[in-house]
Design a binder for this molecule. Structure first.
Ligand code: UD1
Length: 427
C-alpha cells in the first residue's frame, strides 16, 4: 500500500493548477444515463472515484471513452454514451465503496421508469442517511419500496408525474438526485429549500444544455420542466473549490506565495473570507487566485453551513492550519456528527485540540512534530498533509487511497511548489 512521506518546514512558492471538481464530476457523470446521445465532459479530474463511477456506468450499459489522455496532462476528456440502459441496479458492493453511486437513482428512474439502489449504510464521517433522496422522489410521484437493504423506485407509467418537495434541511445529494429525476418528468417538479452549492449550479447548467428547462438556478427554489427526450452535450467541469482551498490552507501554515491557477473566487467566498481573517493575503485575478502568507495564521471562529456558508469539506484543512495559529480558534461542525476523526491524529503531531460535542477548540502551538499518521476520510487525510508540511521532521501519511479519491496528483503539485514530499510504495 502507498504512503506519503513529508519532511516539513519548506515554504511553498509557485503555481498550482486546480483540477476539475470531484464533487461536480461525480454528479455530472450520471447525467450520461439520461440520454441515448453522447455526453462529453472536459476537465474531469484524474481520480480513483471518477474511474469507479465510470465502471458503474459501464455496468449499466453506458460506454465510457477517454480521449487524448497524455500522462503529463491534468484533467481528461471523457465521452459517455448510454445508447441503451442494460441494467437499473447499483449493487451493494459498489455503493458501499463509493457513496456517490446513489446518484444513479434519479437518472435511472427518469430514463427507465425504474431504479434499484443499495442503501449505503454509515460512513467514516457520520450516519449519512438517504431518507431525503427517497422522500423527494416520492414527492415527484415515484412509488418507493425499501427491502433487503435495497431501495426500489418506480414511475407508474414510465415517467414521473411531477410534484413539489420542501426539504426540511439542505441536502446536496438529494437535490442532485431530484434534479436528475425531474429532468424527464411529465409534469413540473419544484424543489424548495434546494442546495445552492456551485456543484448544483454546474449540474443545472449541464441539464439545461441537455434540453431541460430550469428556473431559479443558484437559488433555493428550483422549478424543473422535464422533457420526453434529452439531447447529448459537451460540458466543462467547474474547478475544484475544495482543492483550491486546501492548498491555500497549506500556504497559510508554511508561509510563501502560491498562485491557484484556474480557481474561481466566486465559488469559494466563505473560504476566502476566513483565509483573509486568518491574515493571509488574497488576490483574485483573471486566471485564478494568489495566496500569500507569513506562516503564522491568526486564530478564527468558524462554523460549517450549507453554501454560501463555510463548507464542511474545508473544516479539517482549516483545523490543521489553525493548529499553529497565534491564539485559540473555535470550530463548529453543523453538517456531520462525526467529522473530527482527524483530531487524534493531529494531536499525535503536537496539536492542542479539545472536542466537546460538535465544537472543537484549537489552541495554536509553536511547533508541530512529524509522526506516522492515518485518516479515515478524504478531507481528514488532507489535514494531515497540511500539518505535515509545517511539522518538524518526517510525517508519514498512511491510507493514501483516501487522498487518491479526491486530490489529483497531490505530491506532484506540492513538490512543484517546493514541498519535500514523496509517495512510497511497498510494492
Ligand atoms: C455533504 C455536504 C457537501 C459535501 C459532502 C461531502 C452540505 C450541505 N453538504 O453533501 O457540501 O461536499 O457532504 O463531504 O454541506 N441528510 C439527511 N437525509 C438525507 C440526506 C442528508 O438527513 O437523505 C442530512 C445529512 O446527514 C447531513 C445534511 O443532511 O446532516 C446534509 O447532507 P447532504 O448535503 O445530503 O450530504 P452530501 O450530499 O453528502
Amino acid at each position: 500500500m502507498d504512503r506519503i512521506l513529508i519532511r516539513g518546514g519548506n515554504r511553498l512558492n509557485g503555481a498550482i493548477p486546480i483540477s476539475g471538481a470531484k464533487n461536480s464530476a461525480l454528479t455530472l457523470m450520471p447525467c450520461a444515463l439520461l440520454t441515448d446521445e453522447p455526453l462529453t465532459l472536459r476537465n474531469l479530474p484524474r481520480l480513483a472515484d471518477v474511474d469507479s463511477f465510470g465502471h458503474l456506468l459501464n455496468q449499466l450499459g453506458c460506454s465510457t471513452m477517454i480521449e487524448g489522455a497524455r500522462p503529463e496532462d491534468f484533467g481528461r476528456v471523457m465521452t459517455m454514451r448510454a445508447g441503451k440502459v442494460t441494467a437499473t441496479i447499483a449493487p451493494y458492493d459498489i455503493v458501499r465503496k463509493m457513496r456517490a453511486s446513489i446518484l444513479v437513482l434519479g437518472p435511472l428512474l427518469a430514463r427507465e421508469g425504474e431504479a434499484k439502489v443499495s442503501l449505503p449504510g454509515g460512513c467514516a464521517i457520520g450516519n449519512r442517511p438517504i431518507d431525503l433522496h427517497l422522500k423527494v422522489l416520492e414527492a415527484f410521484g415515484a412509488e418507493m419500496d425499501t427491502s433487503n437493504g435495497y431501495v426500489t423506485a418506480r414511475a407508474k407509467d414510465g415517467r414521473l408525474p411531477g410534484g413539489t418537495m420542501v426539504f426540511p434541511v439542505v441536502s446536496v445529494g438529494a437535490t442532485e438526485n431530484a434534479l436528475m429525476a425531474a429532468s424527464r418528468a411529465k409534469g413540473t417538479c419544484v424543489i424548495e429549500n434546494a442546495a445552492r452549492e456551485p456543484e448544483i449550479v454546474d449540474l443545472c447548467n449541464l441539464l439545461v444544455a441537455m434540453g431541460v428547462s430550469i428556473d431559479g438556478i443558484g437559488t433555493e427554489t428550483l422549478t424543473i420542466e422535464g422533457r420526453d427526450r434529452l439531447n447529448g452535450a459537451t460540458y466543462r467541469v467547474m474547478p475544484d473549490r475544495i482543492e483550491a482551498g486546501s492548498y491555500a490552507c497549506a500556504v497559510g501554515i508554511t508561509g510563501g506565495e502560491i498562485d491557484l491557477v484556474g480557481a474561481k473566487a466566486a465559488d469559494m467566498q466563505a473560504t476566502l473570507i476566513a483565509l483573509k481573517e486568518a491574515g493571509l493575503s488574497i488576490t483574485e485575478h483573471r486566471d485564478g487566485i494568489k495566496v500569500a502568507a507569513d506562516g503564522t495564521p491568526k486564530a478564527l471562529t468558524l462554523s460549517t453551513a450549507p453554501f454560501p456558508g463555510f463548507a464542511t469539506d474545508m473544516q479539517a484543512q482549516f483545523m490543521a492550519m489553525l493548529a499553529k495559529a497565534d491564539g485559540a480558534s473555535v470550530l463548529t461542525e453543523t453538517i456531520f456528527e462525526n467529522r473530527y476523526m482527524h483530531v487524534p491524529e493531529l494531536a499525535r503531531m503536537g496539536a492542542d485540540i479539545q472536542v466537546k460535542g460538535r465544537t472543537a477548540v484549537v489552541r495554536g502551538v509553536d511547533r508541530l512534530a512529524g509522526a506516522p499518521v492515518m485518516a479515515t476520510d478524504l478531507r481528514a487525510s488532507m489535514s494531515l498533509i497540511i500539518a505535515g508540511l509545517a511539522a518538524e521532521g518526517e510525517t508519514q501519511v498512511n491510507r493514501v487511497y483516501h487522498l487518491d479519491r479526491g486530490y489529483e496528483r497531490l505530491e506532484e503539485k506540492l513538490s512543484a511548489v517546493g514541498a519535500d514530499i514523496e509517495r512510497v510504495s511497498d510494492g
